[in-house]
Structures are given as C-alpha cells and as structure tokens.
Design a protein around this ligand. Structure first.
Ligand code: ADP
Length: 202
C-alpha cells in the first residue's frame, strides 16, 4: 500500500485554518489538529508529563493530574528560554503522535496536519505539501477577539508577533487559500482537493 500524501495547513491566528480544515473533513479527508493534540498530550503522555514536571515543578499539575495551564503560561510568558524548553518537549511528542496517527490512516490518499506553527518550527519539512490560509491582520484580529472572549487585543498581538508573516507563508507554501471574507473559501478548498487527488493519479 502506498503511503498517504502528507499535507500541512497553516496560517496566522484567526486566518481560519481550523474552519478550512473542517471543510476538508466534510470531503472525507482526515485532519490531525496538532495544537489540540499537543494540549491533550500534555495531560496524557507520561514521558511529556514527567519532562514538564522536572523542568517546571510538580505544581505544573494538580494532584489529580490536571495541567495548571495558568501557572505554566506564567512561567513561559516572558522567558524565551523556558518557552523554548517547553516546545522542545511538546514538539517531539506531537511529531511521534502524528506518526502513529498517519499509520492508522495509511489507506487514505492524503492526510492533513493543521498547525499554527509549521514554517516557524521547521515541521513542514516532514510534509509533502503545504497549504497556507491567508487573511489580513485586522480581519484576523476581529475574528479572534470574537472567538476568544478571554484574550485581549495585546495578547493576540503578542501571539501574532511570534508567528511568521503571510508573505513568508506564501513563499513557502504550495497552495494558498484566501479566507478574507470577500473571496469564497469553499470553491478554493474544492479546487485544491481535486488537484491533490489528481496529483496522486486518482
Ligand atoms: P484559526 O484556526 O486560524 O485560528 P479559526 O478557523 O478558528 O481560525 O477561525 C477564527 C474565527 O473566524 C472562527 O470563529 C471562525 O468561525 C471565523 N471564520 C473563519 N473563516 C471565516 C470566514 N470566511 N468568514 C467569517 N468568519 C470566519
């Protein structure tokens, strides 16, 4: 059996990458949501839990094993080295989990991996193709403030600063989806879906 084509979907916060992936899911394409899986693994992967406890202290988890996200967020907030350390634990755990997920879906023509940071952490190199979802910054900001009631404008700006720019995403991606609210997104998804299948000779 041939290996499925691995396709990354990325974009800035609020660009609509999760929404776009849901459209692909409706077409029957399995999607791995890397950021969500990372959060799950932080409370389920024994090795990862131990690494976090050793680095950040036992208070990173409650006695019932619930991750103290607030404490951890505070610990890494203005400490780039600590954030880097946390990422150096989480990213390999996600990469391993993704590998297992790919093996479980080996009968599919192609699979999607959705992640906010794909070009930034180099994980796109393990993928065959990438799609970037594009939307202007002000549109993304408005969407995120509506979606995430707990986040302030300043917090969203800080997240945006840690992410790469749309012009860099355009340079590195194979496909672009303009999800600015003006251009219809679903026809763009259908076109890419068809092209990916055609590239596999289906
Ligand atoms: P991301 O995963 O890139 O952070 P989401 O897919 O969660 O972004 O989208 C951010 C918010 O914007 C969500 O509330 C979503 O419903 C909304 N959204 C996404 N695409 C559109 C669109 N084309 N028009 C209007 N709202 C959209």
């Amino acid at each position: 059996m041939s290996k499925p084509l691995l396709v990354g979907v990325t974009g800035g916060i609020g660009s609509g990458k999760s929404t776009i992936c849901k459209v692909f899911q409706i077409l029957g394409v399995p999607v791995y949501y890397a950021d969500d899986r990372g959060k799950v693994l932080m409370t389920s992967d024994k090795r990862l839990i131990e690494q976090i406890k050793n680095e950040f202290g036992r208070e990173s988890y409650s006695k019932h094993g619930v991750l103290n996200r607030e404490y951890l967020a505070k610990s890494v907030f203005s400490d780039a080295e600590k954030l880097q350390k946390l990422n150096s634990f989480v990213h390999p755990a996600v990469a391993e989990d993704f590998k297992q997920w790919v093996a479980l879906n080996a009968d599919q023509p192609y699979l999607l991996k959705e992640a906010a940071l794909l070009y930034e952490i180099g994980s796109y190199k393990a993928l065959d193709k990438t799609i970037c979802v594009l939307a202007p910054k002000n549109v993304r900001m408005d969407r995120v403030l509506l979606r995430d009631m707990q986040r302030s404008k300043e917090q969203v700006e800080q997240i945006m600063e840690k992410q790469t720019t749309d012009s860099n995403r355009k340079k590195l991606s194979d496909y672009e989806i303009r999800n600015d609210g003006d251009l219809l997104a679903i026809p763009q998804v259908l076109k890419i879906h068809k092209e990916l299948l055609a590239s596999l000779g289906d």
